[in-house]
Design a protein. Structure first.
Length: 344
């Protein structure tokens, strides 16, 4: 604890400061730029402008590696497999197709542009699933570097923020109905807060559809991370000979299993029952805890990231992210024309 505490305290201070800064932003700006982005930026500024003592390194590493895993397990209490059932089979088919497409495009373009494979995976999963949450949950499974996580979050935030402005204008130009636009925003925009902002910018009905579709995407995060872990384990040296059982043991960390178990408990109403018994909104408290732990973890990412390493990566990943986001948006629009909007 003596080794961990100094660096952990610095990450905690950064997280609290990031929340205060975010809360002080104008409402519109705060809706576009999440507190996670503020935490990463604040950590980047401190970590690159000040020469931090090496004694802080163990605590900073603990914040990202250990606290993040705990946060992801608790995050399962926000997901319900019933969301997948409620949204309808047609929307689920669209979501699965678009998630697969985003991951495939990100990897194909990443290989062509010589973007590191793990960074391409993070960009793809951010576009495919639920933005920064999916990026932070996938990073430890594929052993991504801190610089790759920071770059992926920056790319995801840039295009997700742009979507809040661009999508409603395009929706009106294309004459989309509220249900169609809500489905489009829910399947193609990255982060949950950005989806909600985009949907309700078009109208209340569109916002409700967008939120429901996006929550369904979020509910599929666990299976997607497991699949990515299996693929990476299979590609590792010697893993092909271990068979499926060996790859499962390698690629499904304990925290991913914990996430799925907690999501299952939430799906069958365990947390709702416990909350009623305690006369407390247990799900809300768990959400607050998870959000703050993620904030601390991402502060640690910023503190341990060096801008010089990000500059070595170059600007090419932004182009890969743009092409992935654009491909997903276009494919989503045509799938809606073909299959119809969610609930339709």
């Amino acid at each position: 604890m003596r080794r961990i505490l100094p660096g952990l305290l610095l990450a905690l201070v950064c997280a609290v400061a990031a929340r205060l800064i975010h809360d002080a932003l104008p409402t519109n700006a705060g809706a576009l730029v999440g507190e996670v982005v503020v935490a990463v930026l604040l950590g980047l500024v401190i970590g690159n402008m000040i020469s931090l003592p090496t004694a802080l390194a163990p605590g900073i590493r603990f914040s990202f590696h250990t606290l993040l895993r705990v946060a992801i397990v608790i995050l399962g209490a926000q997901f319900s497999f019933m969301q997948v059932v409620a949204i309808g089979g047609k929307a689920v088919v669209m979501i699965v197709i678009l998630m697969s497409l985003a991951l495939a495009v990100a990897h194909a373009l990443g290989r062509a542009a010589r973007v590191p494979g793990r960074l391409a995976t993070l960009i793809g999963v951010g576009t495919a699933v639920c933005g920064n949450t999916a990026i932070t949950a996938t990073a430890p499974v594929i052993h991504a570097e801190d610089e790759e996580v920071s770059f992926a979050i920056a790319t995801n935030t840039l295009f997700g923020t742009a979507a809040v402005f661009v999508y409603p204008m395009l929706g009106h130009l294309l004459g989309m109905s509220s249900a169609a636009f809500g489905t489009w925003a829910g399947t193609a925009v990255n982060d949950t807060s950005q989806v909600v902002a985009t949907g309700f910018a078009y109208g209340d009905a569109a916002g409700k559809v967008a939120t429901a579709v996006k929550l369904t995407r979020n509910a599929l995060m666990g299976p997607v991370i497991v699949a990515i872990g299996l693929i990476y384990a299979r590609g590792a040296r010697g893993e092909a000979r271990r068979g499926l059982g060996g790859r499962l043991g390698q690629s499904i960390p304990v925290f991913v299993i914990g996430f799925l178990v907690v999501a299952l408990l939430n799906s069958v109403g365990v947390f709702a029952w416990l909350g009623a018994w305690m006369h407390r909104d247990l799900a809300h408290y768990l959400q607050l805890i998870s959000r703050f732990l993620i904030l601390v973890a991402l502060s640690g990412v910023g503190l341990s990231t060096r801008l010089s390493a990000m500059r070595r990566i170059g600007a090419t990943p932004f182009l890969v992210g743009l092409a992935t986001a654009a491909t997903t948006a276009i494919a989503s629009y045509f799938l809606i024309l073909w299959l119809g909007p969610a609930g339709g």
